[in-house]
Design a protein around this ligand. Sequence first.
Ligand code: BYC
Length: 322
Amino acid sequence: MTPTVQAHPEDAAQLAAFEARIAAGEYIEPKDWMPERYRRQLIRMMSQHAHSECVGMLPEGNWISRAPSLRRKMTLIAKVQDEAGHGHYIYCATETLGASRDELLDELHAGKAKYSSIFNYPTLNWADIGVIGWFVDGAAIVNQTVLAKASYGPYARSMIRICKEENFHKRQGYEICSVMSAGTDAQRAMLQDAVNRWWWPSLMMFGPPDAASSNSDELLRWKVKRYTNDELRQRFINLTVPQAQAINVQLPDAALAYDTTSGNWQSGPIDWDEFWAVVKGNGPLNRERVAARKAAHDNGAWVRAAAEAYAAKQAARATAAA
Ligand code: BYC
């Protein structure tokens, strides 16, 4: 149950001014007054987003050593590196709300923090890398282009560069798919298999249906979200169906049909039991993903220690020279 903001009497004027700024379409900046509930909602959503970017490196990173050519390897390395950068931008933006990165990472490593359900599925063959770029980055673009207009300035601004990079990611993924679709029977079969496995989890990235979305009302009112989960999911489906047709790939939904009245491609039912199982930690790879992130963090301890020692040395030199 989402608690509502209980304004203290002395905060009523500030709350009214805040709501008026949101209504006027102004950005809220770190030093501006904001309701505690707005701050907490942003920390929740932004930290989950940052974690998703970092955990999202794992399924694809797994294929760097097995990319089928040097060009594919270089592109995949660049993409995975970009995702690390996205995580860093969003952790930095979350820090402006008073949440320390260490605290957020501790929650991730303890298995308490959420991150996007999609990254708990395995990457079984090379076509998965193409389909992740096409579907997962494609879904991320639909979601994040709108978040670039979120009412919290640092979050919105972090989305601008991220969306540019996601566009490159999506194109490289779709290009892998289009090359495979024009390839041998075995390549076409690999591609179709990957599409069959990733389609439904990609639709789940947009979150539960609106009726089950506990945070949406508040986030829409505060213009953090601009569209509902179902609206963005529909937009993604409408964009993706013609792309699948263009490369002769079947989306695994027998009920998928174009509705002339609404102009939407209507999909069959989504398995929300599967979604909630994955969100609650029981997806195919939840435990492995958290363990891999924790191991990466632990193995990087010496790098952080060296960076801190170097910064301290530089600071001491600067003080001595002053
Ligand atoms: N997975 O009230 P709702 C990328 C949770 S990475 C897990 O609708 P909200 C990439 C939700 O947190 C980019 N949990 O929530 C990286 C909430 O639980 P709590 C990923 C989910 O916040 C590497 C509960 O369910 N994108 O592109 O209003 C390689 C009820 O949901 C999910 C982002 O992170 C889910 N899919 O809306 C390649 C986008 N969905 O916290 C690519 C930023 C829902 O109340 N986030 N839950 O316990 C958002 O836009 C929104 O947070 C969501 C959910 C639409 C995801």
